[in-house]
Design a protein around this ligand. Sequence first.
Ligand SMILES: Cc1cc2nc3c(=O)[nH]c(=O)nc-3n(C[C@H](O)[C@H](O)[C@H](O)COP(=O)(O)O)c2cc1C
Length: 536
Amino acid sequence: MWSGPPTGLPAAICLAIHMTLLLLAALVLSAVTVYDLLQRRHAILRNFPLIGHFRYWLESVGPELRQYIVTSNNEERPFSRDQRRWVYSSSKLQNNYFGFGSTNDMELTPNYLVVKHQMFPARVPRVGDPDFDPQYPLPCLKTLGGFRKRPRAFTPASVVNVSGMSFVALSGAAVEALNRGCQLAGCLHNTGEGGISSHHAHDGDLVWQIGTGYFGCRELDGRFSLARLKDTIASHPQVRAIEIKLSQGAKPGVGGVLPKQKISDEIARIRHIPRDRDCVSPSSHTAFRDVDSLLDFVERIAGETGLPVGIKAAVGELPFWTGLATFIARGDRAVDFVTIDGGEGGTGAGPLVFADRVALPFKLGFSRVQSIFAEHGVPERVVFIGSGKLGFPDAALLAFALGADMINVGREALLSIGCIQALRCHTNHCPTGIATQHPWLTRGLDPDLKCVRLANYVITLRKELHVLSGACGVPHPALVSADQLEILDDRFGSKTVADIFGGRRSQRPEAGTGSSAVKPLALVQFTRAGSPSSLR
Ligand SMILES: Cc1cc2nc3c(=O)[nH]c(=O)nc-3n(C[C@H](O)[C@H](O)[C@H](O)COP(=O)(O)O)c2cc1C
């Protein structure tokens, strides 16, 4: 802090310095006042020169002020303070318990989820038990690529994985932290549609996402190139699966533009795009145009690479899904996995009306697709992945009960590496260095530290899912049925999740008889996947 002119100077010089500084300040303030009066863009500043700036300043720090001072623990969106605190403390391995009991108004809150526990919970290994594993392993119960017998089919080691968020939407440091964290937690890292960068090359297994821009597998003019796709796969052995992105919940049907000013050498190289023009991702794919040609595309890529290939989409109109299930029922072509993103999902940048109004929220969209696949008798042929604010034990459990085999976490993963929900991803001014390319801001994010945080968060979520499923009498969240969960209204009424959304109903005759009745995990695998599969 400045503490006045150096001591020992004659009083006259001190006075002169003070006067000069005061004069300078007065000049600056007068200049701002004159500018405000003359400018025409902001009526507030024209009418209230100088003091009008406080309004803009308050508006810009509004989210932080509300976060820290005004709102209650459950008020903020997309993630409440309680939710953020749970992620922060879990990621730092601090005490993530809450004291004194629930602060929720259970009986007065509409759509309040309640998990119905068994009187005799299933046993969950604890520290000191011979079968205790501090990684809390929770593998997927299905084999990715199992139904179509892809040569590189595998059983994902974790039901919690990191959702697609591109390098460029995220800083290199953030991508590196996520990738290294995924390696530590033994889960999959989805690249997002921006291609595979050097920041993805830290030994975390990848799901390579391919969007309409075909970054990493395109000709310079933007057309899909199978030869380039094979080159990319050959040079990135850490790619375990490919996800073709049809849409995401926050902005389905919206393409994207990366202005040429933002295309660095690194980005041009990764995406295989020229630097002299804007990079446009169209709103729909050019390599296929309907379900039939999509399945041809999937089979072609899977045939050439041996990898499981799936799709990601948000849910709107249903004929696409009926068509997909009908083709899969024939048996000769299929997607290996379907990621359903809820309309409440996040984005780096998108139009407000799309974020707020386009695409069904997760529970509705996912359950509609599930019932279509069930009607066609094919849900077991596909691995279902859910995303859209599912990175908390209760939300994840509901997703599993609806039929999800795995969940992806996007923004929750960002919270674990330091995101403060400043809601500035679209401005390049993310204060935490996560959703920005600004060198000064990204400098603040230390991947060495943050990768451990991501791993801690994923492992803690797996741990709480273990405990929660145990309370429901089963050893895995994908075995909790939809009639074990209830949704209360605010008038003392309630319905099971199965009654509202469908989903898996309890078929275990032994349900309710306690932990001894729980099937061993290997047997469960056989039952759900149709074929036993070794864990990775
Ligand atoms: C900064 C940011 C970038 C994203 N980039 C992509 C992307 O490249 N591809 C994609 O399919 N989804 C993208 N998403 C959406 C997420 O993958 C995810 O589907 C969505 O945020 C819902 O999950 P969440 O609620 O756990 O965040 C992005 C989300 C964020 C916040």
